[in-house]
Design a protein around this ligand. Sequence first.
Ligand SMILES: Cc1cc2nc3c(=O)[nH]c(=O)nc-3n(C[C@H](O)[C@H](O)[C@H](O)COP(=O)(O)OP(=O)(O)OC[C@H]3O[C@@H](n4cnc5c(N)ncnc54)[C@H](O)[C@@H]3O)c2cc1C
Length: 236
Amino acid sequence: MTGAGRPAPGDGAPAAGYWVTPRTEVRRADRASYDRAVVRAILDEAPIVHVAFALDGTPFVVPMLHGRIDDRLYLHGLPAARLFRHLRAGPEVCVEATLLDGLVMARSSFHHSVNFRSVVVVGRARLVRDHAEKLAGLRAIVEHVVPGRWDDARRPSGPELRQTHVVAIPIEEASAKIRTGPPAEDPGDLGLPVWSGVIPIRTAFGEPSTEGAAGVAAAFPAYLAELLSGGRGAGA
Ligand SMILES: Cc1cc2nc3c(=O)[nH]c(=O)nc-3n(C[C@H](O)[C@H](O)[C@H](O)COP(=O)(O)OP(=O)(O)OC[C@H]3O[C@@H](n4cnc5c(N)ncnc54)[C@H](O)[C@@H]3O)c2cc1C
């Protein structure tokens, strides 16, 4: 079940695009992308993902921080958490990321929409046991939230690492869905005196505060100034 020219499971590693499967084929082909660069860019810009899994027949969705290295998503959490007691067994999960880009307002309520970029990944979670990969996964998560922070902050100690599970999810079966542009209008509505158009949505950082923070004061680092200026990072 693949689109023309698309790689498929069994073809070997996909090159420019991800596999299109019955689970990830977007019905609206005009809004779909299976392009690796497109999917990666959305995952990298999204501040968080939602992770869905089935537990004893009940579906659950949990918001989580994430990091990406090549075609692997990394999640972290406490071994005692129900989520990680489940994820460590290697279940199939579904991960989604959404960027809301604009409110799209047509003259009719029917044609209202939003501009967005979103990704859905389906894959089998794998508990990361290798020490180097675990550290790399944690680094990817920290750097995803605040680029430059990993090298500045103290690294996790042995006990801290033992208190942390890292799970990898392959990005192989993945789709992006994107809407851009103005509202659709019924020709018969064009004469209606109702405002129609798009209101862009931006994410902004607030004023940094050290109120209540203990310990010695440190200079505000350049990588945080760059993050606030919109140069890099999840909120850029
Ligand atoms: C933006 C964001 C990022 C997060 N990032 C991480 C992360 O990287 N790693 C991590 O381990 N956790 C993260 N969390 C917390 C995460 O969503 C879960 O709460 C946590 O993983 C525990 O999951 P659990 O299934 O073990 O919780 P449990 O407490 O065992 O879940 C029991 C019930 O509590 C409720 N519940 C659990 N979590 C939430 C929630 N977030 N919101 C509302 N109700 C909830 C649900 O009804 C759930 O069925 C994040 C939360 C937010 C909001």
